[in-house]
Write a protein that binds this ligand. Sequence first.
Ligand code: PXP
Length: 256
Amino acid sequence: MRLYINIDHVATVRQARMTDEPDPVRAAVLAELGGADGITIHHRQDARHISKRDVDLLARTVRTGINLEISSNPEMVDLALATRPMQVTLVPEKREEVTTEGGLNLTSESVRRSVSAALERLMDGGTRTSLFIDPDPESVDRTKDLGAHAAELHTGEYANAAGDEDRAEELERLEAAARRADAAGLAVHAGHGLTYENVVPVAALPLVEELNIGHSVVSRSVFVGIERAVREMKEIVMAAPARAHRPGEWVPPIGF
Ligand code: PXP
């Protein structure tokens, strides 16, 4: 299991004042010291948090690997090809949304065309590719058909589930999608809305090999610092397979 830490919201705080602090480049160094296996950044077309400057500097300073989230817009693909991150995750992007609201709508022909063109260019450039999708069979099958290396399963519905029953149902959907993706030869990633409280069952899914977590870790870092916030999340994620079978017994880390 790899834990990738999304540091977008460090840049969100900086952009609240249009100044130069806090710097996501420093955050990435500390996240790596805390045990992050990689750094995830979403460069939106409107550059509302992560900027071109951040992408360039992070590409030169991150020692683990960068997972660059972009839309399939050709200009964003140009940026990715110029930066050469370890992995690109293609995500849907709407200007008015607060955060990525759902997975790629691969039932749409125009979305598929645009994703396919982006994938071709990225793969020609030697980049590992992942598609952010909802955990349903059709999206998994389309991801396979499009030729991406990995599927990142959107965990937002799981995270937002109202009660235990709904949450269990969403977890089952995630597990079934993970199985289908694995059987199709795709690497399985997951992310969105995962927190210290809800991450254990997802981290314990045996076929999931990468988690992308941002908001919860950056939120906690305001109080305990980012290195410690990452270390605590990493401890929870690594211990998850043993804990998941005893749901009532989750013990928060010291100082939580
Ligand atoms: N994965 C993807 C594809 C995302 O777009 C995001 C949010 O930028 C995340 C994971 C992380 O979500 P969160 O900030 O809720 O942990």
